[in-house]
Design a protein around this ligand. Structure first.
Ligand code: SF4
Length: 262
């Protein structure tokens, strides 16, 4: 496949099966966060402003050339935060017209308070929102958002989105050494949002020293300089999953990783 393609995979995901990735940002790494564990490395363009990065025509052409028929799901993710792409809604509609596959959008939730973003996401079957921190301090430490973004704003807009959006909502929680101890602080936040599912995640890929396009969606070993990250142990993940399940009654999904790919 063309290395500059806006479509990559399918890659196998333990959560959703064979996932074909759509990348609306593939000219750079572009995000409103700069997470310490991001598989893209240090984010090159850190912004909350939406823009047009890859044309809808190119994305849909790349989709037609891809092996989309063998995918279980089409996932908007890639080189950063997909809701920053102004053509997100248009591409979702285009994918819907070309394929019969369910559509998932992975987001950090930072633009969910914008009506146009909410409207774009109405076209998706599933939306998974990242929630790694229970306190503002940890949010700043782990997710390193652009100036002015707060955890409160993201939780408020995710809860509001939940109330209005009829599709499936998942919450993805990544656990590292520096947010592990405060996992119980997530309970009131999850009880407020009441998603369909909560995923307990642990880093599976090392943190690259710089952005390269092939780091998006890669589930194989990496051949570029990168810093390893320590995954959750089986015992740590089991404890988090059981505690959150008992305290919220929500569906909690977790699967241990034995090592971080190198
Ligand atoms: S929100 Fe996602 S793309 Fe953005 S920095 Fe964090 S992990 Fe990377």
């Amino acid at each position: 496949m063309d290395k500059s393609s806006a479509v990559y995979g399918p890659v196998t995901s333990w959560r959703v099966g064979r996932s074909l990735g759509i990348d609306l940002l593939c000219i750079n790494s572009i995000c409103s966060f700069n997470c310490t564990y991001c598989q893209l490395g240090f984010i090159q363009l850190r912004t909350l402003r939406r823009g047009l990065f890859v044309s809808t025509e190119k994305v849909l052409d790349d989709l037609k050339k891809s092996d989309w028929q063998s995918a279980d799901i089409i996932t908007f993710s890639g080189s950063g935060e997909p809701t920053l792409a102004l053509n997100l809604g248009e591409v979702i509609q285009g994918v819907r017209a070309l394929t019969d596959k369910p559509i998932l959008v992975l987001t950090n939730g930072s633009l969910l308070d914008q009506p146009e973003v909410e409207r774009d996401l109405q076209g998706a079957d599933r939306v998974y929102v990242k929630l790694d921190a229970a306190t503002e301090r940890t949010f700043q430490l782990v997710n390193r958002p652009v100036k002015g973004l707060t955890l409160k704003k993201i939780v408020d807009s995710t809860a509001e989105f939940r109330r209005r959006h009829s599709g499936y909502l998942g919450i993805q929680c990544m656990f590292l050494r520096n947010n592990l101890k405060e996992f119980e602080g997530l309970i009131p936040l999850l009880n407020r949002i009441r998603p369909d599912e909560v995923q307990i995640n642990s880093p599976t890929r090392p943190y690259p020293q710089s952005w390269i396009l092939s780091s998006r969606g890669s589930h194989d070993g990496v051949d570029y300089p990168a810093k390893p990250l320590k995954p959750l142990s089986q015992k740590e993940g089991d404890l988090i999953a059981q505690t959150l399940r008992e305290a919220t009654g929500l569906k909690i999904v977790w699967r241990a990783r034995t090592r971080v790919k190198k």
